[in-house]
Design a protein around this ligand. Structure first.
Ligand code: GLT
Ligand code: MN
Ligand code: MN
Length: 388
């Protein structure tokens, strides 16, 4: 595997808003001309992506008339048919329009909350029509600048009420659709509720239909919170809740940079890819990122190809790591188990607990053992640097 070419089985996807990003930022105007959804689909097909995801407003302007809407959908479907691209995920823009300035599901205004539900249901219908099996919720405006404005417990209850309502809608329509909740600690709001993937997992357990709802963790968002992304994804995988993932990159302590996957921290990206591949994650590998503002559309294609190529290189490195005898030797040694503790541990029993309380441990001897993690990490680094 030296070509690192994307194939459908890799399930690489991009949102219309990612390669369609025009380079506008809070300090400057767009640096690239806007492309239509049809053009974006063709661009993604050219670079070898498998799928394209969309927000309602990426595809259909919020003010479109019913006949404009019908034409846009027809053209989009044709582009999908012409290129073979699929639509595995859809989502709602609940943050761009001024109506959402104080949130959508957590707005203090019931008209805003009702409109948000309507907007989601309308786009769920379209997403399902286009083949989506996952529906993402990123609550970019679900938060506050001042906590004088909203009671956080009321906000949590409102969020729960909305998710329960929408789960019932999906059941009522008999759609084959799961929800994936995406956390972010701040930006664009001063603080956003359910700030990390861990918070989302806790929240999901309080819903009426928790089995329908999982998470969509994003590298940049967890790094903004100073967290270890791989650990958070592992927790989601362990809980059976990794329904989708947003791959990109991010320097710690910065604004949401949404860089090309693997651009900043290749070691963190390596352990993430290894986790996903070792555990046979079978959902989309969605790149929620965009090209530097300096780029034209050739640069955008280089950005998209780079995301996928880096993923595949890291996948190969993970296989190399798994097959490395020296690395596996260290792991076998640190995980060695002579079974002598089995009589105390595992499933609890009164007798085991009683016996364990009597056991005498040679603390200094156990603690004196070196674990060889320096060598283990250096071997990892050498694989990543391409000398091993
Ligand atoms: C927005 C955000 C992303 C979310 C998208 C889904 S929109 O670009 O920055 O992280 O995944 O709503
Ligand atoms: Mn982001
Ligand atoms: Mn995202």
């Amino acid at each position: 595997m030296t070509e690192y070419l994307p194939k459908p089985e890799h399930k690489f996807t991009f949102g219309l808003w990612t390669v369609g990003n025009t380079g506008r930022d809070p300090f400057g105007e767009p640096t690239r001309a806007k492309k239509s959804p049809v053009e974006i689909v063709h661009l993604l097909a050219e670079v070898g992506a498998w799928g394209v995801n969309f927000h309602d407003d990426d595809l259909i302007p919020i003010n479109a008339t019913p006949s404009e809407r019908a034409t846009i959908i027809k053209d989009f479907k044709k582009a999908l048919a012409d290129t073979g691209l699929v639509v595995p995920m859809a989502t709602t823009n609940l943050f761009g329009d001024p109506i959402f300035k104080d949130g959508a599901f957590t707005s203090n205004d019931p008209k805003v909350r009702a409109y948000a539900l309507q907007k989601v249901m309308t786009n769920i219908d379209l997403g399902v029509e286009l083949g989506a099996k996952v529906y993402v919720f990123w609550g970019g405006r679900e938060g506050t600048e001042t906590d004088a404005s909203k009671d956080p417990i009321t906000s949590t209850k409102r969020m729960r009420e909305a998710m329960n309502y929408l789960c019932e809608y999906v059941k009522d329509q008999k759609y084959d659709l799961k929800f994936a909740l995406e956390a972010k600690p701040n930006e664009p709001r001063g603080d956003i509720y359910n700030a990390t993937t861990g918070h989302m997992l806790g929240f999901i357990a309080t819903l009426d239909h928790p089995e329908m709802v999982g998470v969509n963790p994003e590298v940049a968002h967890e790094h903004m919170a100073g967290l270890n992304f791989t650990h958070n994804v592992a927790q989601a995988l362990d809980a059976g809740k990794l329904f989708h993932i947003d791959l990109n990159d991010q320097s710690f302590g910065r604004f949401d940079q949404d860089y090309r996957f693997g651009m900043v921290n290749q070691k963190a990206a390596f352990f993430l890819v290894k986790l996903l591949e070792d555990n046979k994650y079978d959902g989309s590998r969605h790149f929620d990122a965009h090209a530097y503002r300096t780029e034209d559309y050739e640069g955008v294609k280089n950005f998209a190809r780079g995301c996928m190529r880096t993923y595949l290189i890291l996948k190969e490195k993970a296989a190399r790591w798994n097959a490395d005898k020296e690395i596996q030797g260290i792991l076998a040694e640190v995980n060695a188990d002579d079974g002598s503790m089995n009589k105390f541990m595992g499933k609890y029993s009164t007798d085991k607990a009683k016996a364990l309380k009597q056991q005498v441990f040679d603390r200094p001897a156990i603690a004196a053992r070196g674990l060889d993690y320096e060598r283990l990490d250096q071997l990892t680094v050498e694989i990543l640097l391409g000398v091993r």
